[in-house]
Design a protein around this ligand. Structure first.
Ligand code: ZN
Ligand code: ZN
Ligand code: ZN
Length: 375
């Protein structure tokens, strides 16, 4: 594999991750991790294999012995781009008619205590539990320790993702105009997300006018009108699979006094949360920093979701920036800060940046101005 290939990191990066995963598995008093295609498999061996009805499963023994990959013979090509070959993993391929779950069992000791990734379909989990005679537990508590702390190459990927989505927001005047439907605007944004360096658009939210008051509105055939406040929340992965996710709020023409005043409070809330980020504080204190500003401005009741979510190979992962999460932040953690205010049937607004915790604060991956942008 050439060093110019950006589809994954070099094999040594994955070698370190597999070793750490085995150590943490041991520390959790488990015997092995069982990982099917998804972000955990991508994290551990750089494989983009997809999940099908035929089982593909990485088995990482807690003992530190060589991991194995159980994989359908016809899917071997999907493994070729991963680090499995360079890492010397044991490949156990199988053809239709063979019981792949028995193959998983064959590399484990009797009565093995296993942990599985959250993305493992029940289709595979249930036969694995049956063959092992024991229900696996979730691997997330083991892997989140690893995946939450981004290394410099991952932070670099998040920086490239942030810059790419910033370039799309910078072009919003090309797409967002009165007289167009949300769906038309979204189609142009989707193309721009790819043009600016993402492998695809993972989500495009265009919430115009009253639709902006629904945080999970995607798009519709509503025609955007003069005076509309429009929430644009967009993102996708850049190589080797790290996500961007950024929201800006736009207004077509002049905002009303009410919109301008309440948006100014939202801007203060988002800035207060960003300013509160540093190692040693809790995740929930960041949520409180944003919420307190909005509560003081008497719009706290319109901020109806958590302040943020971790991001990396998944759009939503640990750590969650939410009341009740007393996780202590450490340098290298990456998450969104995205307070919003939603006035049902009228309008809504949200501001979202991805930040990475540094030694003494945080670095924002997104650099676009936060204010209500007039188009
Ligand atoms: Zn959401
Ligand atoms: Zn978002
Ligand atoms: Zn987000």
């Amino acid at each position: 594999m050439s060093s110019h290939d950006e589809s994954r990191f070099t094999a040594d990066v994955y070698g370190v991750r597999l070793e750490r995963a085995a150590e943490l598995t041991r520390a959790a008093h488990l015997d092995a991790l069982l990982i099917t295609p998804g972000p955990d498999l991508q994290y551990l061996i750089g494989s983009r294999a997809q999940s099908f009805e035929r089982l593909t499963c990485l088995v990482v023994p807690a003992s530190g012995e060589t991991p194995s990959v159980v994989i359908p013979k016809m899917e071997l090509a999907a493994l070729a781009g991963s680090a499995a070959g360079e890492l010397g993993l044991q490949v156990i391929d199988w053809v239709d008619g063979v019981d792949p779950y028995a193959l998983v069992k064959s590399v484990l000791n009797a009565g093995a205590r296993t942990a599985v990734d959250d993305a493992m379909p029940a289709l595979h989990l249930l036969p694995i539990a049956d063959r092992l005679g024991r229900l696996p537990v979730s691997a997330t508590p083991v892997l989140r320790e690893l995946r939450m702390l981004k290394d410099p190459s991952e932070i670099d990927a998040l920086r490239r993702a942030g810059a790419a989505i910033d370039r799309v927001h910078a072009r919003m005047g090309e797409f967002l105009r009165a007289g167009r439907t949300e769906a038309e605007v979204a189609a142009d944004i989707t193309a721009a997300i790819i043009e600016e360096g993402h492998t695809h658009a993972a989500f495009v939210i265009v919430g115009s006018g009253p639709h902006g008051a629904d945080p999970h509105h995607e798009v519709s055939d509503r025609i955007i009108e003069d005076g509309d406040v429009v929430v644009i929340d967009i993102g996708g992965p850049v190589q080797p699979g790290y996500f961007s996710d950024s929201t800006r709020t736009y207004v077509l023409g002049e905002p009303s006094e009410e919109v301008a005043a309440q948006f100014a409070e939202l801007e203060r809330a988002q800035a207060a949360a960003v300013a509160a980020v540093r190692p040693g504080v809790t995740a929930q204190s960041i949520d409180a920093a944003a919420r307190d500003v909005l509560t003081a401005a008497e719009v706290g009741e319109y901020f109806v979701h958590r302040t943020g979510h971790g991001i990396g190979l998944s759009v939503h992962e640990e750590p969650y920036i939410v009341a009740g999460n007393d996780l202590v932040l450490e340098a290298g953690m990456a998450f969104s800060i995205e307070p919003g205010i939603y006035f049902s049937g009228r309008w809504g607004a949200r501001i979202e940046d991805i930040v990475v915790v540094t030694a003494d604060g945080c670095e924002s991956m997104n650099k676009r101005p936060h204010g209500l942008t007039r188009l």
